[in-house]
Design a protein around this ligand. Structure first.
Ligand code: ATP
Length: 444
């Protein structure tokens, strides 16, 4: 028996498909061929800030044990399935498949994967690694999917990880409005909290498990263990036929994309970062209600933006003032003609609040009425008794801040797949104690 890791990416387009669905089809086909899955299919979210992603920048890896004599059949099945289900006519869909036949994933491939999650990698480096480790790849068109395919192979999810059960629609329903009993989702959320997450937006009560768009996913439920997502799946009531379902192991909800930068001058476009600095300009509201402020340290000053859909995060950002010390988390947008390099905020940790001082006019020493200023450094005049006070100064008053120290996260409805939500804090896993797959991890 041999171990094979099969990486897949870039099969879908905004108008059709989903690489997780190709993986779900392959689960059925490969099991029929007699292969054994040694892990749940891995759904690896790569850098959410790469400019050429379609949606969530997800890549897939199937890790199997198979008979050496079946290798050819397996490769054919995978290649044909990708070919049949990829939107090959769409410019920008460049599928890639990687067949990696070493049981243990080499360190260099793991490093490549980490870089694909936190930064930008290139096809040339992917091909060099494939050659070095005698892996095989199949690429279509520009072959860019090979990058994601190799990254999915290399991300063995040994630090923090979560699970997602994905249920798929029958092809007749693709593109139609998704039908799920929303009250069953709200109940499921209550019953399984905190071990499932991002089911419902707490503020608007909107159900979040159903994606929008023409892809074949009916819904996805995310959680800490395969058992809990399965239990939650049984509580959810779909109002249309579920064609198939599969439990994936994933880096979703783990903040795996964020990398700490020591100096603001090190921040590069497209790299998600965690950076610390002092608020250097007061937040301002720009068109479409986005909030922008800047932070600085001794090395540079950088703009930060909390977009309108970030909800509670935007509200917190609005309350910052110059002098606050914050840690910002987010993706980096390249500078353009209209704006400088900007961190698109996903989280803000307020670490120190500056005192907020307002200045009041003093009161009249004779009659106690609040004085009127006669102009800058020109003293004050009392409107009631007419007295003048040339040597009085404005009074400093410290006012209560409307924001507290602590962590602020974008509302669930606008969280990225990789963003760790509040619910997961304290539930992180630090290493994989892999107990094997549960019995029912995919449709029979
Ligand atoms: P999905 O819809 O499945 O969530 P996606 O459709 O948004 O994902 P893809 O269609 O897979 O994204 O396209 C992303 C492309 O970018 C892939 O070809 C992948 O190989 C490539 N890619 C992903 N991450 C990186 C990275 N960090 N550096 C360079 N290329 C990357």
């Amino acid at each position: 028996m041999k171990i094979m890791h099969i990486g897949l990416d870039d099969t879908d387009s905004p108008r059709k498909g989903c690489t997780t669905y190709v993986a779900a089809l392959l689960v059925e086909k490969l099991r029929k061929l007699g292969t054994e899955f040694i892990d749940y299919p891995n759904l690896v979210r790569l850098n959410p800030n790469v400019p050429w992603k379609t949606r969530g920048n997800g890549a897939l890896c199937l890790r199997i044990r198979c008979d050496e004599s079946d290798e050819k059949k397996i490769k054919e099945t995978v290649t044909n399935t990708v070919e049949d289900h990829a939107d090959l006519e769409y410019t920008g869909t460049d599928p890639g498949i990687v067949f990696f036949k070493k049981a243990k994933i080499p360190r260099e491939v793991k490093i490549f994967a980490k870089k694909a999650v936190t930064g930008i990698v290139n096809l040339e480096d992917a091909l060099k690694l494939l050659k070095k480790f005698e892996a095989e790849a199949v690429g279509f068109k520009k072959c860019r999917g090979i990058i994601g395919g190799l990254a999915a192979v290399g991300e063995t999810l040994q630090c923090d990880y979560t699970f997602e059960i994905l249920a798929y629609r029958i092809p007749e329903n693709w593109g139609l409005k998704r039908r799920v009993d929303e009250s069953s989702i709200v109940e499921m959320d209550k019953a399984t909290a905190p071990y499932t997450f991002n089911n419902v937006d707490q503020k608007t009560s909107r159900v979040l498990i159903t994606p929008r768009g023409p892809d074949p996913i009916l819904f996805g439920i995310r959680g800490e263990t395969p058992e809990i997502v399965k239990e939650a799946f049984e509580m959810a009531k779909p109002l249309e036929t579920v064609e198939r379902w599969v439990i994936f192991r994933t880096n979703q909800g783990t903040d795996a994309h964020l990398k700490l930068v020591k100096q603001l001058s090190q921040i590069k476009p497209f790299n998600p970062v965690v950076a610390k600095g002092t608020v250097a300009t007061n937040p301002k509201i720009i068109p479409r209600r986005h909030v922008v402020f800047s932070i600085e340290n001794e090395s540079a000053q950088v703009d930060c933006a909390a977009y309108e859909p970030t909800g509670s995060l935007r509200k917190a950002a609005k309350k910052l003032i110059v002098g606050d010390y914050v840690e910002v988390h987010g993706g980096v947008r390249a500078p353009s003609q209209n704006h400088p390099l900007t961190i698109n905020l996903e989280k803000i940790r307020v670490m120190r609040l500056a005192p907020k001082i307002v200045y009041h006019n003093p009161v009249c020493l004779k009659c106690g009425k609040r004085l009127k200023s006669m102009g800058r450094n020109k003293g004050f005049r009392c409107k009631k008794c007419g007295s003048r006070h040339l040597d009085l100064r404005k009074i400093e008053v410290k006012v209560k801040r409307e924001i507290r120290k602590g962590l602020y996260i974008t509302s669930s409805r606008s969280q990225r797949h990789l963003t760790k939500p509040f619910r997961r804090y304290g539930l992180e896993k630090s290493h994989t104690v892999f107990k094997g797959l549960i019995e029912d991890w995919c449709f029979p």
